[in-house]
Design a protein around this ligand. Structure first.
Ligand code: CP
Length: 314
């Protein structure tokens, strides 16, 4: 089966069938990362360029690992030491990289719409690795993959996303993704951090976090994004933590098998207490592990692997 889309720019315009295919393909790749020899020749001869114009730990590293496990030639472009510092534009930078004939571009940028803009200029398939406060589709796919693996389904689950929804590209992609897969998605947090009109994307809204999370099957805590101005949206971190944070006391009033998720990076002691982040119900590191399998699947599907994904390395 093939995807109907040529680029992965966001989940807004991706249908359920394509999401299903991406998740199913990731399942086939998960096992490779648990082998002694974590390498298959699937993308041998293909060139993957990671264009990261904004900082990243998880996404950047897992895309690099994913490409290398599939035997692609992986090139990491670093904005800070590039000709951007000499005044070259994003468009010219991307056109020059494309002139070197890569097979796939993975792009993270602080500006919403950066990946969309480049997709209109370039012929090379593009995967959006996060654009400003807009979308982070690969994070949502790995979140759905993790939930499906743990709960054996997505359809019918109550997923509550808590915190700085306003600045969150993860929240936007997850609202699109989880609702398409049949979950009931809620967003909860301070009114200043919930953008007007979010219901039109398919989410329900609550300003009462304890009430919203009480019967949740999945709770996804979000980071306060100080670098994007979140600090002006609430009186102080201590008050935020008490009213909206997830701690052991609050966990006692929730379902005993609720999944606790966080896309990272975590502000320990702010939106989530260390005991909960490292606790029995936390799947935060499972999300990171899923990220490699999901990104291997995406590189395979968008790069046109051609060989069997189970083929063993030479
Ligand atoms: N979740 C996520 O996107 O983390 P990074 O910013 O470290 O890539």
């Amino acid at each position: 089966m093939e995807l109907k889309i040529k680029n992965l720019l966001g989940l807004r315009d991706v249908d359920k069938q394509d999401i299903q295919l991406m998740l199913d393909t990731a399942e086939s790749f998960k096992e490779i990362s648990r082998r002694d020899i974590k390498k298959v020749p699937t993308l041998r001869g293909k060139t993957q360029v990671n264009l990261f114009f904004e900082s990243s730990t998880r996404t950047r590293t897992s895309f690099e690992i994913a490409g290398k496990r599939l035997s692609a030639d992986v090139v990491n472009f670093s904005a800070s030491v590039s000709a951007l510092s000499k005044g070259e534009t994003l468009t010219d930078t991307a056109r020059n990289i494309e002139a070197m004939r890569p097979d796939i571009l993975v792009i993270r940028h602080s500006a919403a719409g950066a990946a969309h803009m480049l997709s209109r200029l370039l012929k090379t398939p593009i995967i959006n690795a996060g654009d400003g406060s807009h979308e982070h589709p690969t994070q949502s796919l790995l979140d759905m993959f993790t939930v499906r693996e743990r709960k054996k389904k997505i359809d019918g689950l109550k997923v509550v996303i808590v915190g700085d929804i306003y600045h969150s590209r993860v929240a936007r992609s997850n609202i699109y993704g989880f609702t398409k897969m049949g979950a009931e998605v809620w967003v909860a947090g301070p009114p200043t951090m919930i953008p007007p009109g979010i219901e039109d994307m398919g989410a329900r809204v609550s300003y009462n976090v304890p009430e919203a999370v009480r019967d949740a099957d999945v709770i996804m805590m979000l980071r306060i994004q100080m670098e994007r101005g979140s600090g002006t949206m609430f009186p102080g971190l201590r008050e935020y933590s008490i009213r909206y944070g997830l701690n052991q006391e609050r966990m006692k009033k929730m379902k005993p098998n609720v999944l606790v998720m966080h896309p990272g990076p975590i502000n320990r002691g702010v939106e989530i207490s260390p005991e909960v982040a490292d606790g029995r119900l936390s799947v935060i590191l499972d999300q990171v592990e899923s990220g490699v399998a999901v990104r291997m699947a995406l590189l395979y599907l968008f790069c046109g692997g051609g060989t069997s994904i189970d083929e063993t390395a030479d």
